[in-house]
Every structure is written in structure tokens, then in C-alpha cells.
Ligand binder design. Structure first.
Ligand code: MSP
Length: 521
């Protein structure tokens, strides 16, 4: 089977990352780790979008070169992703020369095939959004809303891509490929946007206005406009045209393309990914079978408001990770949202997820289990021959969770995949309440029953640690260390079966994996 190729949007390097950016990278990382655990080879690409007018302006303001400016901001991203345990295989930085060569080769191909043309255009231009505006962008009062920032009158010659040539194909493709976009209802947004007369896409800026970009190989008075450059990262860093461009250190393109998942936010589906990207690929000769799949996630808001620097509500993921641990933050970010929908970030909710679900639920179960096993059996456990309905029930809950978990995870319902694993935790805590091992320990006649209870708890926890490892890799490794069972590198979901812990298995000692967080009111 081909490797699972997963990408995320590449983040603008005009400001440091916030929890919205972090969510997307965590979501993709969880899926990449889950696919590996399922036995798939994975190639995970993420990176940064370093060109464009905003960078050029910010660099001018800061009195540094654009490259110096983006290098500085890029470090905030790489360091945040390291803190959060984002384990990517490829790093897409658009100032990388390998990327620039592919963008130029691709533009040359489109030019040679008559897909690009030059024309003059006069109109309203949004400086902030770096685009010309049409009447569609006017608000109900006839003006351009504040979201466009400063709007100026501008006439200029530019290069255009014959996007309209591909719109009929795109409509047909979307209608005949219900799996193209997840969640599927988003496809309607694309079809609605394709209603009416199709317009071509401006893909250049004159160098006088924007020089921080990739020059057009056939007309160096222009640089490539930011979206075309940014979208190409998915193939340039996947090894597209690598031989022709002399690029090294990249995957074999034919082996990994098409992307199984391009994880993006809902704001950049229409038009960039669903329209520009798809028509670009079609114009380059990619077939229907070579089209990527888009996974469109919703937004994290704060008290219902958009996260933005101007609103002053930006939360640094590294600061949150200091309080809640990196895995505590990862857990919250994929647990408290359904992929495709929005969620509201609140300190109360993350505190509850961490202290109650992780500390009070999973952490407490581990602690109690290890403490009892160490007190009553010197940590040495044995399944013995005792069995009853309560034990059977625990095994059934584990089996049911393990059947449902991969279905939920493969379907991008990460929060429900987590819920399946947490059902085991809930069942085990109820199992302790029911069997009361501390009482069994006082009665010699109940020794076999106590053995069975301790074994079921430790074994079930081992399974939970595997299921949650894509979400909380470090915490689950720590849980496994305490259980005295290390998940072998080659361990796969399919290897999960009752009896991972051998008869006579020696458990370790427990120390809190999710120490309680107190926040002053
Ligand atoms: N550079 C472009 C993407 C180019 S992809 C070829 C861009 N960058 S961005 O930094 O503005 O956003 C990067 C990603 O973060 C996008 O997918 C965007 O949806 C996501 N998010 C930005 N803020 C977000 C939230 N508040 N919540 C969730 N995701 C959000 O767009």
C-alpha cells in the first residue's frame, strides 16, 4: 500500500503561532501517529509560508531583510512544534531553493501550455488581503468592510491563470467524488462559489510592488503571487519534478502522491484549496485519480471571538503546555472539538479536561492499580484462573472499544476515538468500586479473585496506553514505563489482544503522570 501522505496548511510567518495553528498541527500529528500505529507507512509534511507583502512590510518596519525576518519568526514555529511533539517528516519552508525551482518549473510548464496570459486590470485593491476586490466583496451598505483593511484604486498589468478553463471539470469532479472533502457538507460551499461566470486568477505582482516572492521565469519583472507559491508546497516538498529541478532529500513523488489528507482550516477551503489548487493540478495534467483529499477543520475561538493579535486574545501554545504539559494540551485540543466544527477555548474547560479526565480518571486509575498491586503482590501480577461476570465485562468493554476506535479515528472523529479509550478507564474505575480489591486483600479465600482484578486493571490500562498514544505520545510512554510494558516500535493496533502482560509480569512504581494543576481564581 502507498504511504499515507498527510500535509497541513503552511503558516504565515508574520507572527508567532497561536493555539489555532497548534490545533491543526496536533490534529495532523495525531492522525499521522494513528496511521503508523495502524501499520501504514506515513509521510507527514508541514511548514511555513514565508513570502508575501505582509512579510515584506513587517521586515521593512523592523529594519531587517525579509529573510532575516522570516527566519526569526520561523523559529517560533519550529520550537512550538517541538514542544508539542509534532513529529513531521518533511519541512516545507517556501524560501527553500528546492521549492523555488519547482514553482518556476511549474509556471514555465503552464506558460508553455498556454495556461497563462498577461493583461491590464484596474480596480479596487485590498492591501491587507493582497487581492483585487469585486462587487461580490462589498458589504450590504455598498462599501468594502473593515476585514479588507485599506482599499485603494489600482491599475496594473499582471499574469493570469486560465482557471475558468477548468471550472466545468471541477464541478463534475466534486459531484462525482463525495469523499473529496471532509466533512462532506463543505462541498456545497465550493459548488456555490462556482456558480455564475468563472473568472481567471491573477498570479503575479509587479516587482515594484512586491519583491519578496519567486520571480516568474518567463517575465522577471513580476513575482509569483502568494497563493500559487504556497499551494505548490504540497507537491514541491513531495518530490514533484525533483529530477528536472535537481532536488535532493525529498520523497519519490510517484510513491506518495496523491495526498491522503490535506488538513486545512475552513477559511482557506474556498477559494484557495478547493478551487485554485484543484484547477492548478488539473492544468498541470493531474488526473482525477491524482487529486488530493481535503480535510477541513473548524476554528478555535475565544469567548466566541476570533483569535487575533488586534483583539489581544492570542494564546501562546508553549505557555499552555508549561501549565498543562504538552500532552495535556494535545488532549484538550483534539478532545474538545469535533473535526470540521468550531469550538470555544476556555481555561475552565482545559482545566477540567486535564484535572478531571486525565488526572482524576486515567491518572488516578493507574496510580490506584499500581499502588494496590505493589501493596498486595509486590507488583507481580498473574491472570490466574478466576473469572466472573465483572471480569468478563471489563474484557468486553476493551474489545468493544478496540473495534470502534479505528473506525472513529479513520473517520476523523478523533474526539470519539478518545471517548472509546476513555470508556475503558470509566469501566475500570467502576470495576474497582464493584470488586473492592482492598477488602479482597484482607481475605485469603479471595486471593484468586484479587489476582484477577489486579491483572484486569493493569492489562486494560496497557490497552488504553496504546489507544491514546497517538494523542499523548509522551504521557502514554510514561504510563507504559510505570506498567513495566514498553510498546515495541513495531507494535500495531492489530497486535492488541488480551494477554499483553505475561503471567508473573512485574509492574513498576506509580508517580503521577498528570499532576494536578491549581489555578488561582
Ligand atoms: N499561509 C496560509 C495557508 C497556505 S496553505 C498552502 C494561511 N496561513 S495562516 O497562518 O493564516 O493559517 C494557517 C492555518 O491555521 C490555516 O489552516 C488556518 O485555518 C489555521 N488557523 C488559523 N487560525 C485558526 C483558529 N483560530 N483555529 C483553528 N485553525 C486556525 O492561511
Amino acid at each position: 500500500m502507498k504511504p499515507y501522505y498527510i500535509t497541513t496548511a503552511i503558516d504565515y510567518t508574520n507572527a508567532a503561532p497561536h493555539i489555532g495553528h497548534a490545533y491543526e498541527k496536533v490534529l495532523a500529528d495525531v492522525m499521522a501517529r494513528f496511521q503508523r500505529l495502524s501499520g501504514r507507512e506515513v509521510y507527514f509534511l508541514t511548514g511555513v509560508d514565508q513570502h508575501g507583502q505582509k512579510v515584506q512590510k513587517s521586515a521593512e518596519k523592523a529594519g531587517v531583510t525579509p529573510q532575516e525576518f522570516v527566519d526569526g519568526i520561523t523559529q517560533h514555529f519550529t520550537s512550538a512544534w517541538e514542544t508539542l511533539g509534532i513529529k513531521f517528516d518533511g519541512w516545507a519552508a517556501t524560501t527553500d531553493n528546492r521549492h523555488k525551482r519547482v514553482v518556476q518549473a511549474m509556471l514555465q510548464k503552464l506558460h508553455d501550455n498556454g495556461q497563462l496570459y498577461k493583461k491590464a486590470h484596474k480596480g479596487h485593491y485590498s492591501v491587507r488581503q493582497e487581492q483585487f476586490l469585486t462587487d461580490k466583496e462589498r458589504s450590504s451598505d455598498g462599501n468594502f468592510g473593515p476585514e479588507w483593511g485599506e482599499v485603494i484604486e489600482l491599475e496594473e498589468e499582471n499574469w493570469y491563470f486560465r482557471l475558468s478553463d477548468h471550472v466545468e471539470w471541477l464541478k463534475g469532479y466534486i459531484r462525482s467524488h463525495p469523499d473529496f472533502i471532509y466533512p462532506p457538507h463543505r462541498a456545497n460551499d465550493v459548488l456555490n462559489a462556482l456558480e455564475g461566470k468563472a473568472t481567471d486568477l491573477c498570479i503575479s505582482r509587479p516587482v515594484e510592488r512586491l519583491n519578496w516572492g519567486i520571480p516568474l521565469p518567463f517575465d522577471p519583472r513580476f513575482v509569483n503571487y502568494v497563493w500559487f507559491d504556497a499551494l505548490t508546497n504540497y507537491i514541491s516538498f513531495g518530490g514533484y519534478l525533483a529530477d528536472e529541478c535537481g532536488n535532493e532529500g525529498l520523497p519519490k513523488f510517484d510513491a506518495i502522491w496523491p495526498a491522503d489528507a490535506q488538513v486545512i482550516g475552513k477559511d482557506i477551503l474556498v477559494p484557495p484549496h478547493a478551487i485554485y489548487w484543484m484547477t492548478m493540478l488539473h492544468a498541470l495534467g493531474f488526473t482525477d485519480e491524482q487529486m488530493p483529499r481535503l480535510i477541513v477543520h473548524g476554528w478555535w475561538n475565544i469567548s466566541g471571538a476570533k483569535i487575533s493579535k488586534s483583539l489581544g486574545n492570542v494564546i501562546d501554545p508553549k505557555v499552555l503546555a508549561q501549565t498543562f504539559t504538552a500532552d495535556g494540551l494535545r488532549f484538550y485540543l483534539v478532545r474538545d472539538i469535533a473535526t470540521g466544527y468550531d469550538s470555544d477555548f476556555s481555561e475552565e474547560r482545559i482545566l477540567m479536561a486535564y484535572n478531571k479526565e486525565l488526572g482524576g480518571g486515567l491518572g488516578n486509575l493507574l496510580n490506584r492499580t499500581l499502588k494496590m498491586a505493589n501493596n498486595y503482590r509486590q507488583g507481580k501480577i498473574s491472570p490466574g484462573s478466576f473469572d466472573d461476570e465483572a471480569c468478563q465485562n471489563v474484557r468486553q468493554v476493551v474489545a468493544d472499544a478496540e473495534a470502534a476506535y479505528p473506525v472513529r479515528m479513520n473517520g476523523w472523529e478523533i474526539h470519539l476515538g478518545i471517548e472509546e479509550a476513555m470508556k475503558i478507564v470509566t469501566a475500570c474505575n467502576a470495576f474497582i468500586d464493584l470488586t473492592q480489591p482492598f477488602k479482597l486483600a484482607k481475605d485469603e479465600a479471595q486471593a484468586a479473585r484479587l489476582d484477577a482484578v489486579l491483572y484486569h486493571l493493569a492489562e486494560a490500562l496497557t490497552h488504553v496506553s496504546v489507544l491514546l498514544s497517538p494523542v499523548m505520545p509522551r504521557a502514554c510512554a510514561e504510563i507504559q514505563k510505570q506498567l513495566g510494558w514498553l510498546q515495541p516500535e513495531a507494535f500495531r493496533l492489530g497486535d492488541l489482544r488480551w494477554g499483553l502482560l505475561a503471567d508473573g509480569h512485574q509492574l513498576g512504581q506509580g508517580t503521577p503522570v498528570f499532576p494536578r494543576v491549581e489555578i488561582a481564581a
